[in-house]
Design a protein around this ligand. Structure first.
Ligand SMILES: Nc1ncnc2c1ncn2[C@@H]1O[C@H](COP(=O)(O)OP(=O)(O)OP(=O)(O)O)[C@@H](O)[C@H]1O
Length: 345
């Protein structure tokens, strides 16, 4: 599926909520759509599903235009499955009947077979005859997933499907859902607020801000090479140093880094906490900028080190929990270029 320069206006001419959005979704892959509240994520999903009209741009799937100039395919004619946060199951229908609902065009045997396959995919055949009120929140969401997947859509859209569930259940259900989606071969777009979850589980991440996809790519690429300071912050912590290119380098309090931008231009150097390497200082003999540890905070397998630089600035580093630095220690610092990116502006 390809979305090109898509624009959606709600509430009048100047109310563009989606403003020139570009995004590609690949079959068999899960793309996480991440962004602050009000960025336009739900509106983009609704436009793909055909619930909102495009004012400009195009949405195409398998070579067919779903939305575009003079074209607006009705939602039911799009091969598109949708799972919302609130399950939206029919309360008076059993799990089987809910899943069968979208398969009315199939003959009895074929329909029965497809329903059971779908319930099997979400491991719910033992609850097939239960009504929604007899199912837990997680089970209801699995029925909603089975119902959306049963007609074999080419695109699956999920709007924060796990947000109503507790943390542990959410992790289990998220893993199962992504597995089912990948095996189904559809192109999936899943809205989430959880950057850690997106980094750990999605094949691709798209970052949305003020109606625009500001960057998309693999989790690794986005974490290590953010395109801007706000893209960096959407996926985790980062130190940002304003600098200027001189002799092909941008200087920071932690050392100079290579900068491909034009000589003399203003840049921001972004550094992930893992990219600040903390070495023992000895008696001031360490190489690199000097500092001392203000606080050491263990966080499971890693330790967060709050460091005061000799220049007066403070930075945060993250190291394996075995790192020996303690509060009060003098340290010398250097940068791991793999965790550093230099962006314009
Ligand atoms: N029917 C509407 N008329 C006018 N403005 C709307 C309408 N629906 C949503 N908006 C506005 O559009 C913007 C984007 O909303 P949307 O729900 O798409 O964002 P979101 O990224 O999904 O946010 P959240 O993460 O909070 O769900 C918001 O500023 C919202 O107030």
């Amino acid at each position: 599926m390809t979305i090109t320069r898509a624009e959606v206006r709600l509430g009048g001419d100047d109310g563009a909520v989606v403003r020139g959005c570009d995004l590609s979704l690949r079959a068999g892959q899960v793309t996480a759509l991440l962004g602050p509240s009000g960025a336009g994520k739900s509106t983009l999903l609704r436009a793909i599903a055909g619930l909102e009209r495009l004012h400009a741009g195009e949405i195409r799937s398998d070579g067919n235009v779903w939305s575009g100039p003079g074209v607006h395919l009705a939602p039911e004619r799009r091969r598109c499955g949708v799972v919302f946060q609130d399950y939206a199951l029919f309360p008076h229908l059993t799990a089987i009947q809910n899943v069968a609902f979208g398969l009315r065009h199939l003959g009895g045997d074929e329909r029965k077979k497809r329903v059971m396959e779908s319930l099997e995919a979400v491991e719910l055949t033992h609850r097939a005859r239960a009504y929604p009120h007899e199912l837990s929140g997680g089970e209801q969401q699995r029925v909603a997933l089975a119902r959306a997947l049963a007609p074999e859509p080419s695109v699956m859209l999920l709007d924060e499907p796990f947000s109503g569930l507790d943390r542990r259940l959410r992790a289990d259900l998220s893993a199962m859902t992504l597995d089912v989606l990948r095996r189904s071969g559809t192109a999936s777009l899943i809205i989430t607020h959880d950057a850690e979850d997106a980094l750990a589980s999605a094949d691709e991440i798209a970052l949305m801000e003020r109606g625009i996809i500001i960057q998309s790519g693999t989790p690794d690429a986005l974490y290590l090479a953010p395109a801007s300071e706000s893209a960096a912050r959407m996926l985790g912590d980062a130190e940002a140093f304003a600098s200027r290119v001189e002799g092909g380098k941008a200087s920071t309090p932690l050392g100079a880094v290579a900068a491909p931008q034009a000589e003399g231009s203003a840049v921001t150097v972004l550094v992930r906490p893992e990219g600040i390497l903390v070495g023992a200082d000895g008696a001031g003999g360490g190489r690199g900028p000097q500092g001392h540890i203000l606080a050491r905070r263990p966080a499971g397998p890693v330790v967060v080190l709050l460091i005061a630089l000799a220049t007066g600035e403070r930075v945060t580093a993250r190291a394996p929990v075995s790192h020996p630095a303690q509060a009060g220690d003098a340290v010398s610092l250097s940068l791991d270029p793999a965790f550093v990116s230099v962006v314009s502006g």
